[in-house]
Every structure is written in structure tokens, then in C-alpha cells.
Design a protein around this ligand. Structure first.
Ligand SMILES: [Zn+2]
Length: 221
């Protein structure tokens, strides 16, 4: 708690405002409909403090009061708001990567492709200029692998699965939950937003190519 108290109040408000603006923009793009999706940022790694959108919030109508601070177990430190049910997944990602922010979307493209690729277990994307929007990628001639894992309402179980999935995968930028949505992360809120937009773009490209060809990868195998 000492580290959060040391932060100037305007700094905390500024970071909260960034998350509000980013969530609102992503909602406007159709990536966070029906109160779905969430956004978080790491306040402090030790002691672990996470600021995350509260449960049941319309991402197009957020205010500074729409966020909650939780500890390493996802327990709220104050207030009456409930943290998002998926807080434990944000914690798993922040613990397994160098990320400072996590964004979770419920897009149509991510939902459809997660079902098509679940059996394969991952989506592999190569050769697109947009791949350069992902940190560390210097050329379009690279391959981004997005793991696809089974959805579950058992969040402690999913927390363990995500930790295991990301173990030793330092070049991974996202994971997809089957029939559910995408988790993307970045060094800060703006990088997480850039990664979200880039990966959602790439998922839409794959989806549209399938529509044009009338085939999906499973059918072509
Ligand atoms: Zn979700």
C-alpha cells in the first residue's frame, strides 16, 4: 500500500482516465459489447496491486468510479464494487509476462475463430504488415502464434491454465478463450490498446478470407 500512497493523486487519475478512454474506444469498435470485456493496469508489482474495471460496467459509459483496486488474490482493497470475474486471468498474465496492462475483448471475429481453431490449439498468423504493430516484431515476415484454450467458469482453474500456457513464451502477445474472447497485453495501457487493435484486425482478415474462400482451415485439412 505504501507505493500507491506515494503516487501523486493526479497520476492515479491520469492513468484511470487513460483506461476509461481506451475502453470507450474499444467499445465503440464493437470489441466490448453488453458490458463484456475488461481492462486493467498494474499499479505495483510488489506489493501486487492491480486496477481493473469493475464487474457489469458498460464500457461505453465508464467513469473514474468504474474501477477497483485488487490485491494478488483478486480481492478488492476497498469500496463496494465487485471486481470483474476474470480478474484472476489478468493477474495470471501480469505474473507471467513483463506486461503493465491487460485488455480483454469479446469480439465476433475472436469468438468465431476461437471455435474453429480450438481443436488445433492455436492460430498462426504470418506475413501481414500489421504484425509490426506488435512489440518486438520488426518485419511482416514473422509468425505470431495465439494459443486457443478451452473456456471455463472456474477462474482459479483458468488462472493456472493461463500461467502454464504463457510459461517460457516470451514472444506471445495474446491468448484466445474458446467461444469467449481475446486477452492481449502490453507494457502500458496504450501499448495494450495497440496490440488489441492489431490482433483484432488480423483476426478479421483471417475471418474474411475464410468467408471469401468458403472454407476454414479445418475444412481444408
Ligand atoms: Zn470475458
Amino acid at each position: 500500500m505504501s507505493q500507491i500512497r506515494a503516487l501523486p493523486l493526479n497520476s492515479i487519475k491520469g492513468e484511470t482516465r487513460k483506461m476509461m478512454e481506451v475502453a470507450s474506444e474499444l467499445h465503440g469498435l464493437g470489441f466490448m459489447p453488453g458490458t463484456g470485456g475488461n481492462i486493467s493496469r498494474l499499479i505495483s508489482p510488489d506489493p501486487f496491486l492491480l486496477q481493473i474495471s469493475a464487474s457489469g460496467i458498460d464500457k461505453g459509459k465508464m467513469s473514474e468510479a468504474s474501477f477497483i483496486t485488487v490485491d494478488e488474490d483478486g480481492q478488492p482493497l476497498s469500496g463496494k464494487l465487485k471486481p470483474s470475474a476474470e480478474t484472476l486471468l489478468h493477474i495470471a498474465i501480469l505474473r507471467s509476462t513483463d506486461a503493465g496492462s491487460v485488455i480483454h475483448t469479446h469480439s465476433v471475429n475472436g469468438t468465431v475463430l476461437s471455435e474453429i481453431y480450438r481443436e488445433k490449439g492455436y492460430i498462426s498468423i504470418t506475413g501481414y504488415e500489421m504484425l509490426k504493430a506488435l512489440s518486438g516484431n520488426k518485419t511482416h515476415e514473422c509468425t505470431e502464434v495465439i494459443p486457443v484454450i478451452n473456456n471455463s467458469q472456474d477462474m482459479p482453474f483458468l488462472h493456472e491454465i493461463v500461467m502454464r500456457e504463457l510459461h517460457d513464451k516470451t514472444d506471445t502477445h495474446a491468448i484466445l478463450l474458446e467461444g469467449h474472447g481475446l486477452y492481449t497485453w502490453g507494457a502500458d495501457v496504450f501499448e495494450a490498446k495497440r496490440h488489441t487493435e492489431a490482433i483484432e484486425f488480423l483476426l478479421e482478415v483471417i475471418y474474411r478470407k475464410m468467408l471469401i474462400s468458403g472454407k476454414n482451415e479445418k475444412m481444408m485439412e
